[in-house]
Every structure is written in structure tokens, then in C-alpha cells.
Design a protein around this ligand. Structure first.
Ligand SMILES: Nc1nc2c(c(=O)[nH]1)N[C@H]1C(S)=C(S)[C@@H](COP(=O)(O)O)O[C@H]1N2
Ligand SMILES: [Mo]
Length: 521
């Protein structure tokens, strides 16, 4: 035994720690919400039965999460040591174990709603570090193993004294492992430092108090009361996320300001304080994405609070020749919005709150634009810092540069949520339900047709205004067997939803959503 099990365990521990450090650094450099370890802790919390969780909170108080993270780190340390020990004879097992741990991290990270591929990056970085460091340290240990002994072990002297070379190599291993451990510590510290921006903004966000921002209860009658239909109000953490930001901008309110300029008589510049001390406008508004396929879920409905853009523009006094506002976000994303949509009587706002709370960072904290009736890509600028009044013939914007339409009014659409595709339902009266939308025009009717048969009128949920989606429900007798149901809507001008199928490019998909289901006797 020229290398001890302890040395191998140490190699595993150092490799493990180094991987945690690099994944933490990646998390914070990328501004990702949570590191894989915290994601695992939160996954555990979410899946802990209520009674156990309450017990833990009772005994541990608010430190329950740090304690849980500590426990996870402790367990990881044990596992890392085991992995190192296994790497001695079963390299494959060590690799598999690291792979499994990474998989757990990946599952936890992706269990958050609205995750993207970048959220997985820290796990990949961590796994790569684990394998690389373990490989490097294992190579050193293996090399020690093949060094010649001072003499072969005998009965009387089973542990021959170390040769100079062996002693040197051991020292070399320890120095190597120690250096990597120090480097890992430094990496972790840099990671913590890199995460300060997001931590500070989270803190500032918690401290924001918005006078007049309320969260009203869900309006009466909006729900048709069918299980499986998308809830009428979309909670902020379930609201779809679309942006081009590789790293979400982290802006503290005190550092935020917006300039309204260009073809205006009077340029305006407002700080966050200036903005939120104005009269706030609030309203239920459904936001949807031009990239939403027929039947897709890139749509959500929330209670938004903010300052009417029309009021700000009235002070700035746009020139009569202007027809557009070029909005720019702090990270340089741009969109061109028709001036008319920002100055007419609709509730276009610089929103500061969503569902009664300051905007989540990912949804544009501290300020984003919301314009009822327009797709997000031409209107809903998150982290907005600049409004330039201009003309469409003088500007291009992020998505119009890439072949998307200059104008992006929302297209009427409807979706079947119940039954789900492929679902089996009992024979008799079958309940169909879903949502339909034509923001800023409103929906007056929804109809379903089974197997291309007659259109049956659906019952509509109530809506507080024309800017939101509407839930619908239809009950139709259907014979046993395989069927297809399709849906179409009619807007408040009497226009029926077109069944002509069009792709999302360049200005939004059209077509009727259909779902296959089976009725069983
Ligand atoms: N700064 C910025 N704002 C943006 C985008 C973006 O990429 N960057 N994407 C837009 C698009 S395409 C949509 S659909 C909405 C989505 O808003 P949400 O992520 O809050 O749902 O934001 C819009 N605002
Ligand atoms: Mo979008």
C-alpha cells in the first residue's frame, strides 16, 4: 500500500469542493437564480411533507434553509470522500457517482419554472471540474503506486521504509491537493463577490414599498371552475419568460432612470423615485409572445401597476411627425412601439409591479413596459431605460432586424386545456375548457367542434376588461371512440378567428387549436 485510502478520499474531497466552487462561480457570473446546491435544498423543501417542514421551521426558525444547505454540503463531503476512495480501483464508479450527483443538481435546477439552458451551465461546469481534478490527483497517486520500494515487503518488515522518491511524490500530491483546495476557496470567494449585484438587487427589491400598489383578489366569475384549465391569474413565478439576456440585468432602483427624448418638445428624465411618486395606474393585462405556437403557453395574465406612458408622453409633447417609440433596455435590447398605442386611451404603462409585488428581476425589475394588445417583442421592454420618440422609417429594433414584423398587434387565439392531448375521458357529457384571447379587443364567443362536426357554443368566464384572456367551457355529448376537438373564438367586433394556419414568423401564428382524445365506455 504505497498510497493510503485517506489520500484517495482527500483527492475526492478536493475534487468535489473544487467542482462546487466553480459551479457557484458560474451561477453568480451568469446571474442565475440559484446555485445547484441551493436548488437541491429548495427541491427538498418543496417535497418535504408539510408537517415535517413545520417541525423543522419550529425548531430551526428562519435558519432552516442555511441549515439544510449545511446538511447537504456535509453529505456531499462524505460522498466526495467515498468517490475518491472508489476512484482508486473503480474509476468508472467514481465517474458514475459524480455523474449521478450532477444529475440530481440538474433535476433540481430545472425543477424551477421557466428555466433555460443557461441554468444548467453551472452543473456542467461543476461536473467537468469534478472529473478533471479527480483525474489529475488520481494520476499523481497512481504514479506514487508504481515507484519502486526500498525493499520488497517481508514477514518481519511488511512496511518497507519510504524511499526519498516516494516521500517526495507524497509531498507533491499533498501540495497539489492543497493548492487546488486553496484555488477552490478563492474561486468560491470570487463567485460570492460576483453574486453581490444580484444579492443587492434582491435586497433592494424586498425593501421597495410602493404606495398605492395593491393586489386585488381575483375578480368574481373569471374562472369557469374546470380542473386543469390554466388559472386565470398567472403567479409571477409561473409567468413565461422570454428574453435575449444571457445574464439578466441587475439594476438597483436608486441606479435606475429613464430618458424620454427624440422628437419631443420637452425631454424628460425620471428617477425611480420620480416615477413611483406619480399616480399609479393598475390593471389586469394578458401578455403574450409572438413566438407562441397555436395551442402554446407563452402567455400569462397578471395585475400590473405602473405609470401611464400616455401621461409621460403628454408632458414630453411628441412631434406630429413621430409615429414610433424606440424602447431600449439596460442590456441594449430594443423594440419599436407604435406611438399611438402608447398615447391612446389604453392602459400602456411603465410597470413597476406584477401581481401586487415589485417586478421579479427576470420580469424586468425595476421597470418594464406593458402595452395591452401588442405582442411582447414590440412593446413589453423589460429593464427599460430609454424611450426615444421617433419614426418607424428611421429605426430598426432587435427582432425587426431578424425578419419579424414591424407592427405586432396580438392575434386572436384560443386554446384547449381540457382534455389534454391523448387523455381518456368517460362516455357521456364531456367537458371541454380552455382560454381565448384578443387583447384590447376582447372575446365575445368561443366554439368547439368535435370531429369537424357542428360548432357548439362555449360558456365564457367573466372578464374585468378587454385586455385579458377569457376562460371558456363547453359540455358536449360524445360517443365512445377516438375523437378530435378543435376550438375557435370570435372577438368583440364579431370577427371569427381564422382557421388558416400560419407560422409564428413574421407576426404571430394563426389556426385553430385541436386536441385528440378518447371517450371510453
Ligand atoms: N429587455 C428585454 N425585454 C424584452 C425582451 C427581451 O429579450 N429583452 N423580450 C420581449 C418578449 S419577445 C416578450 S414576449 C416579453 C416577455 O416578457 P416576460 O419574460 O416578462 O414574460 O418581453 C419582451 N421584453
Ligand atoms: Mo416574445
Amino acid at each position: 500500500m504505497r498510497t493510503s485510502n485517506a489520500a484517495w478520499c482527500l483527492a475526492g474531497l478536493v475534487a468535489g469542493g473544487a467542482g462546487l466552487a466553480t459551479s457557484y462561480l458560474a451561477t453568480n457570473v451568469m446571474n442565475i437564480r440559484e446555485s445547484p446546491v441551493v436548488a437541491v435544498a429548495e427541491l427538498v423543501i418543496r417535497h418535504t411533507p408539510g408537517s415535517v417542514a413545520e417541525g423543522a421551521i419550529d425548531t430551526l426558525g428562519p435558519s432552516d434553509k442555511p441549515v439544510l444547505v449545511g446538511v447537504i454540503l456535509g453529505l456531499l463531503a462524505i460522498l466526495f470522500a467515498i468517490i475518491g476512495w472508489q476512484a482508486r480501483r473503480r474509476w468508472w464508479l467514481a465517474t458514475v457517482l459524480f455523474g449521478l450527483l450532477a444529475l440530481v443538481g440538474l433535476v433540481a435546477v430545472l425543477s424551477y419554472k421557466n428555466t433555460t439552458a443557461t441554468d444548467a451551465l453551472p452543473v456542467v461546469v461543476g461536473l467537468a471540474t469534478w472529473l478533471l481534478v479527480l483525474f489529475v490527483l488520481a494520476e499523481r497517486l497512481r504514479w506514487i503506486e508504481v515507484l519502486p520500494d526500498s525493499h520488497p515487503p517481508t514477514e518481519e518488515d511488511p512496511y518497507p521504509p519510504l524511499t526519498d522518491e516516494q516521500r517526495h511524490s507524497r509531498r507533491g500530491f499533498l501540495v497539489g491537493a492543497g493548492s487546488i483546495a486553496v484555488l477552490a476557496g478563492v474561486t468560491g470567494a470570487i463567485g460570492h463577490w460576483a453574486g453581490r449585484g444580484r444579492r443587492n438587487v434582491e435586497k433592494a427589491r424586498r425593501l421597495v414599498r410602493l404606495a398605492g400598489v395593491s393586489k386585488p383578489p381575483q375578480p368574481a366569475g373569471v374562472s369557469v371552475g374546470v380542473d386543469g384549465v390554466t388559472p386565470w391569474v398567472t403567479p409571477a413565478d409561473e409567468f413565461y419568460l422570454i428574453d435575449t439576456a444571457v445574464r439578466v440585468p441587475t439594476i438597483e432602483p436608486q441606479d435606475w432612470s429613464i430618458r424620454i427624448h427624440g422628437m419631443v418638445e420637452k425631454e424628460l428624465e425620471l428617477s425611480y423615485e420620480d416615477l413611483v411618486s406619480r399616480d399609479l395606474s393598475q390593471g389586469w393585462i394578458t401578455l403574450s409572445c409572438v413566438s407562441n405556437e397555436v395551442g402554446g403557453d407563452l402567455i400569462g395574465n397578471a395585475w400590473w401597476s405602473g405609470v401611464r406612458v400616455a401621461d409621460l408622453l403628454a408632458e414630453a409633447r411628441p412631434s406630429r411627425d413621430a409615429d414610433a417609440v424606440l424602447q431600449t433596455s439596460q442590456d441594449g435590447w430594443t423594440c419599436g412601439t407604435p406611438l399611438e398605442a402608447l398615447t391612446d386611451d389604453r392602459n400602456a404603462m411603465l410597470a413597476v409591479a406584477m401581481n401586487g409585488a415589485p417586478l421579479p428581476i427576470e420580469h424586468g425589475f425595476p421597470v418594464r413596459t406593458i402595452v395591452p394588445g401588442l405582442f411582447g417583442y414590440v412593446s413589453a421592454c423589460k429593464w427599460v431605460v430609454d424611450l426615444e420618440v421617433t419614426r418607424f422609417d428611421r429605426i430598426t429594433a432587435f427582432w425587426t432586424d431578424k425578419g419579424w414584423s414591424e407592427l405586432g398587434p396580438v392575434k386572436m387565439s384560443s386554446r384547449i386545456d381540457v382534455p389534454r392531448g391523448g387523455e381518456e375521458v368517460p362516455a357521456g357529457a364531456v367537458t371541454f375548457a380552455g382560454v381565448a384571447w384578443a387583447q384590447h379587443t376582447g372575446i365575445s364567443g368561443v366554439q368547439v367542434s368535435i370531429d369537424d362536426g357542428d360548432w357548439h357554443s362555449a360558456e365564457l368566464g367573466r372578464v374585468p376588461n378587454n385586455d385579458t384572456w377569457v376562460q371558456w367551457k363547453a359540455v358536449v355529448d360524445v360517443e365512445p371512440g377516438d375523437h378530435t376537438v378543435k376550438v375557435r373564438a370570435v372577438d368583440r367586433t364579431g370577427l371569427p378567428q381564422t382557421g388558416e394556419e400560419q407560422d409564428v414568423v413574421p407576426d404571430g401564428a394563426t389556426g385553430w387549436h385541436s386536441v385528440d382524445f378518447s371517450v371510453v365506455a
